[in-house]
Design a protein around this ligand. Structure first.
Ligand code: SF4
Length: 512
């Protein structure tokens, strides 16, 4: 993969041929995905969908000592306001002197649509530099300047000569893609092009004695870049760092809540360790191409089976398999004893999960291990990384090939119909759809939370504890379900939930 020389990254529809619309079972999806034609499926009706600008902000607006400039009408990125509090608190968990979110919007108007928004962009970047003196200024391009043809790269190249902060253009215009996860590529593209590597014009090269260089190289040979995600809590990070340190590895954490300078020497690492292929494949593959750094990308360490796989993949790279097996044996022996009471409690209960493909498949395995039967899964999109994980999931979880698998982002009407038919005991969902399921009366367990544990061995116990508490008293949501209704006609619930998925093009492509 080598897109870094281009100013703008490709969208995921083109890069990964990702599927955005599907209704069937896990077994069907696995078979159809292997035939390679799922990308051609589409919707004949779409209720809503996410914008990649917002996900880009979710991923990187937590960067410390940086200013976000959103080049757009005032509404784009307006939801940042809900993050201001947690952004500051969670930055401080990493660096006491951190100041939290700083954000400027260029406030494009109708007049700017006619005359261009370039002057406002210049003004905003210079204001960011003058007022805050940040280490980096991240500029997010939105639909309007892209459509009217503002030359943001030309302007920012010119401004870079006038400001000391490193400027990072991020091309994340919402209209360009139906796959919101394209945002991760847009952000990494900007970061790799503009933050990685020393700025030799402002800083002298580091000179080391041969002994110092030897020591430095020794340190690099045991350093991993742990790639976190914006939805991850600090306690989750600490759990993963604890496990990696138990293998005698040094850990550098990127990209969320990082400092711009953390990227400067990010190429000084022996291994890139991802916790989510949907999030990181663009970064790790480019780092392998540009700097020869290998990577671990298979799974997210959620649940015992996937945490074990994650650790084994890392250990295999360093040739420390024996050390990893000892760690796994000690951790799982203690954990299995601790979760035994929950298994009895959850035995026979059913669950439905929705969210990113990697996270739902691994969380489903975790819940299965706790005694749940998984009735269905709903992924935002599906690609080659989901295909591998689904295969492993079906190996780990007996009879799972018969469970429902729906693919769709933002199609809450489809989810409501599906839930009315399969009626799980527990709904595990992403923000944006949990409210809808709650109005149908289902107990909700959030798929992620920035203040809670989900990852590693500790995460298994903590998830079990919280699910137990939710199921013990679900009366609030039950009452909500009895006293509210979703805005769909009864006739919709009588139809097939996948009525508006058109897979005729993919069937035609498959037949040839
Ligand atoms: S879709 Fe375009 S206009 Fe809408 S919020 Fe996203 S960037 Fe802004």
């Amino acid at each position: 993969m080598d897109y870094i020389k281009h100013k703008v990254p490709p969208v995921r529809e083109d890069r990964l041929m990702a599927c955005q619309a599907y209704g069937g079972t896990c077994g069907d999806l696995s078979n159809d995905s292997k035939k390679g034609c799922l990308y051609a499926s589409k919707r004949t009706f779409s209720q809503t969908q996410g914008c990649q600008l917002n996900l880009s902000l979710g991923m990187i607006s937590s960067m410390r000592d940086a200013v976000m400039v959103i080049h757009s009408p005032i509404g784009c990125g307006g939801n940042l306001i809900q993050n201001a509090g947690i952004n500051k608190v969670f930055q401080k968990l990493r660096q006491q002197s951190a100041v939290g979110l700083r954000w400027i919007n260029t406030n494009l108007s109708e007049v700017d649509v006619i005359s261009g928004g370039e002057a406002k962009l210049r003004q905003a970047v210079l204001k960011a530099e003058r007022e805050f003196r940040p280490s980096a200024i991240l500029v997010f391009n939105s639909c309007v300047p892209a459509l009217i043809g503002d030359d943001i790269d030309g302007i920012l190249d010119d401004l870079q000569k006038q400001v000391s902060a490193r400027i990072v253009p991020i091309h994340c215009e919402g209209f360009k893609t139906k796959i919101q996860a394209t945002a991760y590529d847009s952000v990494y593209h900007g970061l790799i092009r503009n933050l990685v590597g020393e700025d030799k014009s402002t800083k002298p090269a580091i000179i080391r004695t041969p002994e110092e260089e030897l020591e430095h190289q020794e340190k690099i040979s045991k350093t991993v870049n742990l790639l976190n995600v914006g939805s991850m809590s600090r306690i989750d990070e600490e759990e993963l760092v604890r496990l990696l340190k138990a293998l005698d590895l040094n850990v550098r954490i990127l990209p969320s809540y990082s400092h711009p300078e953390d990227f400067t020497y990010a190429y000084e690492a022996a291994l890139n360790v991802s916790i989510c292929a949907t999030h990181d494949d663009y970064f790790v593959e480019h780092f392998q191409k540009l700097y020869g750094i290998p990577y671990v990308l298979r799974t997210i360490p959620i649940g015992i089976a996937n945490t074990n796989k994650w650790l084994r993949d890392i250990a295999a790279h360093f040739g420390i398999e024996e050390q990893a097996e000892k760690l796994i044996a000690a951790e799982t022996a203690e954990l299995n004893k601790a979760i035994e009471p929950f298994k009895a409690e959850f035995n026979g209960k059913t669950a439905f999960l929705t969210g990113g493909e990697v996270r739902i498949l691994t969380t489903a395995e975790l819940l299965h291990n706790l005694g749940f039967e998984i009735l269905g899964l709903r992924g935002y999109h599906f690609d080659k990384y989901g295909e591998i994980l689904l295969e492993e999931y079906m190996e780990d979880v007996p009879n799972s090939e018969k469970a429902i698998f729906n693919i769709g982002s933002g199609q809450v009407f489809e989810q409501a119909n599906l839930l009315s038919k399969i009626t799980p005991d527990l709904f595990v969902g992403h923000i944006g759809v949990n409210g809808s399921a709650a109005k149908q009366g289902y107990p909700i367990f959030p798929l992620f939370g920035q203040s809670d544990d989900y990852l590693g061995y500790k995460g298994v116990y903590e998830v079990a504890t919280r699910v137990s508490r939710i199921l013990r008293n679900a009366s609030f949501n039950k009452n909500l379900g009895k006293n509210t209704r979703l805005p769909y006609r009864d006739s919709w619930y009588e139809q097939d939930p996948f009525t508006y998925i058109d897979d005729s093009a993919s069937i035609a492509a498959r037949i040839g």
